[in-house]
Ligand binder design. Sequence first.
Ligand code: ASP
Length: 351
Amino acid sequence: MKQILFILSFLIVSYGCNKSPENVSEEKKEDLKVNEFAIIIHGGAGTILKKNMSDEKEAAYKAKLEEAIKVGHTILKNGGTSQEAVMKTIQVMEESPLFNAGKGAVFTNAGTNELDASFMDGKTLNAGAVAGVKDVKSPIELAIKVMTDSEHVMLSGEGASTFAKEKGLEIVDPSYFFTESRFNSLQRIKEKEKTELDHDAKAAFYDADIKDSKFGTVGCVALDKNGNIAAGTSTGGMTNKRWGRIGDAPIIGSGTYANNVTCGVSSTGWGEYFIRSQVAYDISAQMEYQQKTLKEATKDVIQNKLTKLGGTGGVVALDKNGNMSFEFNTEGMYRASMDDKGELIIKIYKE
Ligand code: ASP
């Protein structure tokens, strides 16, 4: 009897100890609210190496990432919604020629810019997306409009533009999206393409070219003071795309996902693999059904599942408690995060 009492009291005491915050393991800490609000962004992943980057270029990227994230952070700090924070943050990057979204989008094989974007609201699981849009200044704003002002989730091409006009969104001449560096990238790829002869060599060339590219898509995930998570992604897709190719960025569950119960995710990388892996939803599903932490889920999906399939890229993600995660299997990813204390992290390369 004495022995049983001893074991019982030991169990009670050790349970009590485990409950005190200093004894909570790293993983369990993810169960606690670490940030009342938070924001995380990316400006694309890829072969981004320090040796290929000038100091000026690096400074320009960092400055733009800082400018963008601070716009969203201020909105959240003042009690604004995660939806507004995500939209306004992404718009700063869409308007910058540095990123492959909005102005600065990559060129299609036909020499046009075709833009994709998506948005998801973690509270209602409502979502909106657009694909192949050629004349709408802010594709992320249009994606949100599709969510709020139509009964659909995804619109494409001309129809999406007509909807944008009807809703009074800013329409621009397609030349607005032109940047010389992106145009030159297309010419380089086309030149190389001509020199490849057989089908296998061509396939190898495409693989190498894609693996080598800097994807440059932009994305943002935010948690607001009301506990609502929102996620958005905007891109020009991949250089030299043709036949109306659509990547993962406008696909809910691949490029973007948000659920207040789990997390929000925005992806960047080789879109075909992100679609096949359902990257963004898989991260949320692992948290929901396997009780994984955000870090565990993002790591498994990117470093294990996506990598095994041959996909390259990464995600930014944030959970309901304000934990944040950058995860990528490329050389670098333009990325930044900011928590409720105002701590700002901006990084480009692998550590
Ligand atoms: N994921 C995008 C796409 O495949 C590209 C990128 O992330 O830059 O269209």
